[in-house]
Design a binder for this molecule. Structure first.
Ligand SMILES: [Zn+2]
Length: 225
C-alpha cells in the first residue's frame, strides 16, 4: 500500500490568506477532500491520511508528527497564495536543502507537470523554501500554492467546482504517476449460466444485459474485470 498524507493548510482559528470573499483554509480543504476521494475511488493500493478533514485548528508540528508516525510515503501540503492583488498563478515548493536530482525533486517535477497541465493558472515555476512541513517531514514532501486568493481572476477559479476538481485531479494524476498506481477497473463482465455475454462500463448497459437475460437465466454473475 502506498501511503499518501494530505495536509490542507491552515484551518480553525487560522484562516490563512483571505480575499474576494474566500478564506484560504476552506479552499485548501475543498481541494484536499477532492484529492482524497479521487485517489481512493479511482486507484488500487493507496491509503490516505489527512491532517484535518474539517475546519479545525492543527499546529504545524501536529501535522508533521502525525505524518511521521503514520510513516507516510508522500506528504502533500495544499495552499493558496496571496500577495498584492495583481499577482497570479501557481507555484510549488520542496525543501531548500534538496538537490534538483533528489527523489523529492523528481517527484515534484511530475506533480508540477500534471498540475500545471490542467489548472489554467499562470505558471510561476518550481521553488524551494525552508517551510516547517517540508523540513520536519521524514518522507518526500511538496507544498502547492494553487493560485492567489486576493487576485480576482484566480479567486473566480477557486469558486468553480470544475476548477477545484481539475486541480485535485492534477494532484492525483501526479501521485498516480509517481507511485505507478493501478486504476480501479470500471468494466464489469456479465456472465449468464456460465457464459460471458458482454463486458460493460456504463451501469445502464449492465442493467440492460441483466434485464434481457433475466427471464430465462439460471444464474447471472456481474464481475469486475
Ligand atoms: Zn497557506
Amino acid at each position: 500500500m502506498v501511503k499518501i498524507y494530505i495536509d490542507p493548510g491552515h484551518g480553525g482559528t487560522d484562516p490563512g490568506a483571505t480575499g474576494n470573499g474566500l478564506l484560504e483554509k476552506n479552499v485548501n480543504l475543498n481541494l484536499a477532500l477532492r484529492l482524497r476521494d479521487i485517489l481512493l475511488n479511482d486507484y488500487q493500493g493507496v491509503e490516505v491520511r489527512m491532517s484535518r478533514t474539517t475546519d479545525v485548528t492543527r499546529t504545524l508540528a501536529q501535522r508533521t508528527n502525525d505524518a511521521n508516525s503514520w510513516s507516510a510515503d508522500y506528504y502533500i501540503s495544499i495552499h493558496c497564495n496571496a500577495f498584492n492583488g495583481t499577482t497570479r498563478g501557481y507555484e510549488d515548493f520542496i525543501h531548500s536543502s534538496l538537490s534538483p536530482t533528489s527523489v523529492t525533486a523528481q517527484r515534484r517535477d511530475i506533480m508540477h507537470q500534471e498540475i500545471t497541465r490542467v489548472n489554467g493558472l499562470v505558471n510561476r515555476g518550481k521553488k524551494s523554501a525552508n517551510f516547517h512541513v517540508l523540513r520536519e517531514t521524514n518522507m518526500s514532501a511538496i507544498l502547492t500554492e494553487n493560485g492567489f486568493i486576493d487576485n480576482a481572476q484566480d479567486a473566480a477559479l477557486m469558486k468553480s467546482s470544475d476548477w477545484l476538481h481539475a486541480v485535485a485531479k492534477g494532484h492525483a494524476d501526479g501521485v498516480a504517476r509517481i507511485f505507478n498506481l493501478t486504476p480501479v477497473s470500471r468494466v464489469f463482465r456479465v456472465i449468464v449460466d456460465g457464459v460471458q455475454i458482454g463486458a460493460f462500463q456504463e451501469p445502464q448497459n449492465i442493467s440492460n444485459a441483466v434485464l434481457q437475460a433475466l427471464p430465462t437465466a439460471g444464474s447471472i454473475v456481474i464481475e469486475r474485470t
